[in-house]
Write a protein that binds this ligand. Structure first.
Ligand code: ATP
Ligand code: MG
Length: 215
């Protein structure tokens, strides 16, 4: 579903200097799998996720999403991909604090331009993450793990093909992290989606279908 070939990324750091963060990254992400990226802090996990999800462009190399070559897409086409085919979960959950769990998911669907069937999609997404009885709760009335599950419901409600999750368990202990990872596995089994997540929790990597290490 998503492939890279010789992807590299350099950042310019001023006064003519640059640092190489990614070099010759060749990965294959088949559909319907839980793919993990592990690596120490600073190894380039976020940088790679941003490139895989079109939020950033590589300095060299190619990326294909279902045979679409990213380098041939314009900004509108990339935005369309992100809105309809991709879902995002970030380390800092960033739920809107003045909205309930239900409203947070609804807000994401509206932003994605989804007009029909929103109530059904919201309820199904929250049911799928085990929060059917917490829909009216404000984020402050939810535990850290529950907030993270709302963030997953929000990333998933519009039924993307692929979810990118950057350290989605970063604020949880290993037990809480395992529950999130098992939830991803359930969504994969039920809906055939693909999940790419980064982690540095070694207690989670055994749950990956495919594990890549950034060095
Ligand atoms: N915009 C930027 N300009 C310059 N350097 C950057 C930029 N973004 C990231 N870097 C550098 O690239 C390296 C990789 O950063 P990245 O955020 O991808 O690491 P990471 O593996 O996600 O780390 P962590 O586990 O701490 O989140 C770091 O050394 C960082 O300082
Ligand atoms: Mg990171």
């Amino acid at each position: 579903m998503l492939n890279t070939e010789h992807v590299g990324k350099e950042f310019h750091t001023g006064n003519g200097k640059h640092i190489t963060v990614l070099e010759d990254v060749n990965i294959e992400i088949p559909s319907g799998k839980l793919v993990m990226l592990k690596g120490r802090s600073g190894s380039g996990k976020t940088t790679l996720l941003n490139i895989l999800s079109t939020l950033d462009v590589p300095t060299s190399g190619k990326i294909w999403f279902n045979d679409k070559d990213y380098s041939l897409l314009n900004n509108d086409e990339k935005e369309h991909l992100r809105r309809y085919e991709m879902g995002f979960v970030f380390q800092s959950v960033a739920l809107l604090p003045i909205m309930t769990a239900y409203e947070n998911v609804d807000f994401a669907l509206r932003t994605a331009g989804i007009k029909n069937n929103r109530d059904k999609l919201i309820c199904e997404a929250l049911e799928n993450v085990g929060l059917a009885d917490r829909m009216k709760h404000m984020p402050s009335q939810l535990s850290g793990g529950e907030q993270q599950r709302v963030a997953i419901a929000r990333a998933f409600a519009h039924r993307p093909q692929i979810i990118f999750a950057d350290e989605p368990t970063g604020s949880l202990d290993t037990a809480g992290g395992i529950r999130i990872v098992l939830l991803f596995s359930e969504l994969i089994e039920k809906y055939g989606i693909t999940v790419v997540m980064s982690t540095h929790d070694m207690g989670l990597v055994e749950f990956a279908d495919i594990l890549y290490e950034l060095q």
